[in-house]
Ligand binder design. Structure first.
Ligand code: FPP
Length: 248
């Protein structure tokens, strides 16, 4: 197991994004209802946010909390998740304010229950000036929907003469995404042994390093984040170029 000081000394990624998967299986393995897994998953998220903000000093952390596809789950589970996420944001707000956490949300806010929208708007407003840790919660998020939405906004801006089509490049395109104020993730982690991106940050993760672990989300401890970052630090990120010293 790697020590935190060593990980910090090697240089931290700017942005880590996590697909928190396996809450349901965690509960099933214990003979519990699925919602108990989400509760335990919330505690794991809480623990990780504290670790990242207080000890590690990461600048950006994105957590995939609810996808546009998750509406297809049984209504009782969806209601539970909405309540859980709203309560989490409301209950953590004072701590976030005190500890310099800036909360932002990526996703289709208008599709959420009004009370969840209100809690999010309040938390985003009250933490807007914080900059120690930018905590981005992906909520009602789908990457294809995000990209299509950007295309619609761009087409409209071109039609209205507000944007010159010739000026459209990757940087301009990125400004139409939910993540317009957030750097692309350097590292994307997925728990629970599944090896896919599931409509998560498809544009933003173009050059991200990927890390998969069999650990179910409720068991994901801060030490494992250190292992994931250590693995990232050993990789040779070339962004399509060749490694230094390999030029013919
Ligand atoms: C995956 O488990 C997890 C989710 C659907 C997201 C919900 C995440 C939490 C409640 C964690 C807390 C997050 C925050 C931001 C406080 P799953 O139900 O898909 O697991 P399974 O694949 O084993 O069924």
């Amino acid at each position: 197991m790697i020590e935190i000081e060593e990980v910090k000394a090697r240089g931290l990624p700017h942005h880590v994004a996590i697909i928190m998967d396996g809450n349901g299986r965690w509960a099933e393995q214990r003979g519990l209802v699925r919602t108990a897994g989400h509760q335990a998953g919330t505690q794991a998220a809480e623990r990780l946010i504290r670790f990242v903000g207080r000890q590690l000093g990461l600048k950006y952390l994105t957590l995939f909390a609810f996808s546009v596809e998750n509406w297809n789950r049984p209504p009782a589970e969806v209601d539970f998740l909405m309540d859980l996420l709203e309560r989490f944001i409301a209950e953590k707000l004072q701590e976030f304010i005190g500890e310099g956490v800036h909360l932002c949300v990526s996703g289709d806010m208008k599709g959420l229950p009004v009370r969840v929208q209100e809690t999010i708007a309040r938390a985003m407003g009250e933490t807007a000036k914080n900059d120690r840790l930018n905590l981005n919660i992906a909520l009602n998020y789908g990457s294809r929907q995000e990209i299509l939405g950007a295309c619609q906004m761009i087409a409209r801006a071109v039609q209205l003469g507000e944007l010159d089509l010739e000026m459209l490049d990757s940087d301009v395109f990125s400004k139409f995404l939910y993540t317009k104020d957030i750097p692309d993730p350097d590292l994307v982690i997925r728990t629970s042994g599944e090896m896919r991106l599931s409509n998560f940050l498809l544009w933003q993760a173009a050059y991200s390093e990927l890390y998969f672990t069999d650990t179910l989300w409720p068991d994901f401890a801060p030490e494992e984040l250190l292992d994931a970052i250590a693995s990232y630090q050993e990789r040779d990120r070339r962004f399509g170029a060749v490694a230094e010293g390999n030029v013919v």
